[in-house]
Design a protein around this ligand. Sequence first.
Ligand SMILES: [Zn+2]
Length: 245
Amino acid sequence: MQEIVPDLWDVDEIESGVGVHVYLWRWAKGVTIIDTGTPGNAEKILAGVAQLGLQPSDVARIIVTHGDADHTGSLKALKRATGAPVICHTVEKEFLEHPDRRKPAKTPLGLLMRPLFAVATLFPQFRVEPLAPDRTHVDGDKLPEGFTIIHTPGHTPGHISLLHPERRILIAGDAIHNRGGKLGAPLPLFTPDMENAHRSIWKLAKKYGEEIDTIVCGHGEPIFSGGGAKLQGLVDTIFEAEAKA
Ligand SMILES: [Zn+2]
């Protein structure tokens, strides 16, 4: 397990072929788990909780950035083990309750992939057990952990990122990724509304950029400083490319 900045931990990379990150946030009421990796990783995540000297009953909350299988795969097992309340965006509730409703982009490749999406759910490593969240939130809601919920739709309709203004940390989920040390927009194939995904990045940069130093994403390496400027750099790239198109 890696401590990114004080109180924010990255559980060792979840092996799933996609390398997704699960984060632990230690605070006054215990620990909050942010995203849960692919199915079968609950024990690994709870081992991370134990490394902090905490018990499963110390898990105060489980926050889900969005309903994708690599983020909700171990959600039900963690819920069972900890009893902690699960929260997501109000719009994303549907996809936690009906994981089969997630669709790839409506591009030719995405349409080709649709049957594959359906077949993938037959394999245990991609099969997500449906779960009704205990509570849902909307843009601007503040959590006792110190995070503000930022609605960043596009990759999925109810995708959220979490901003900790005092600590200047953004937990971005899949609103952006930092694979290979390069900040980028979410993968088009798995992003049904790319235009909205771009607007969400613009929103993060313009509205909150000055409040962000550290950025961690669902995929890729952490950014330890200057996150706001890096976001603005990505926005410039996206909108220059759009202007030329
Ligand atoms: Zn993901």
